[in-house]
Design a binder for this molecule. Sequence first.
Ligand code: PBG
Ligand code: ZN
Length: 306
Amino acid sequence: EHELSRRDLVAPLFVKEGIAEPVPISSMPGHHQHTLESLRKEAAELAGLGVPALLLFGIPAHKDAEGSQAWAAEGIVQRALRAMAADLGDDVALIGDLCLCEYTDHGHCGLLQQEASGRRSVANDATLDRYRRIAVAQAEAGAGVIAPSGMMDGQVAAIRSALDEAGFADTAILAYAAKYASGLYGPFREAAEGAPRFGDRTGYQMDPANADEALREVALDVAEGADMVMVKPALAYLDVLWRVKQAFGLPTAAYHVSGEYAMVKAAAERGWVDGERVMLEVLTSIRRAGADLVVTYFARDAAPLL
Ligand code: PBG
Ligand code: ZN
């Protein structure tokens, strides 16, 4: 009934500024924080394997309170997008992950405000202005798809209007519409160096106990102009994925996240499961539950087998 093809895969990649050699990510065997050069090589290899889309995360050498390297024309992500666009042309869709947590010194996905009580929290609406700058900077650098992952209210509308005003009406938006506050992002925080320095993300990400809320979140993003929507993580939320696909019928992505990848790799290393078999079973299940696109760190391992 259902099929997994290499054309369904999206490969996440990390590029880091200011390193001379690629740095292995210990909790994600097979993955690295790339230099510009090693990123280009990896991207070309993935393209050669028939992987049709890459999702890029950047780690700047210098972080500040605003995350200004996220929209700098010479920021590491913008440089990487320009290089990959030149190397790969139209063969591969370049997706820019749009968030601030890799770029801010406090590690939150938005700007901070101090409340009267002295408590610091994320300032939703002030953050939208920065997201607009990032979207345009990424589109100018060659991203054909922008994927806002910060879960700020109104982020899709803000980015859509910024792109349209800058002449990027054809740049698509893949919205991280239903993103849960999950423990499964652990290895990613090593990879992207974006762990919050205080507090957590439960103020903007979703409660794992909620499913109806996911449909409301997706409806908002669709109304704001999302072209594609994403559910994240994947396996623990296949019911949500199914409901989103059934309710909206849009191109729907599932993000098989770092912790999901790490669990399979770790068990396989110990000989406790057959890693290849579990990989294909899990990715096929995500397709069965309704995903048109599967964002996965397994793209490189799976593509040659499909
Ligand atoms: C941050 C972001 C995260 C991931 C993608 N973008 C982490 C988080 O929200 O804490 C997780 C991806 C993964 O675990 O593979 N905006
Ligand atoms: Zn973030």
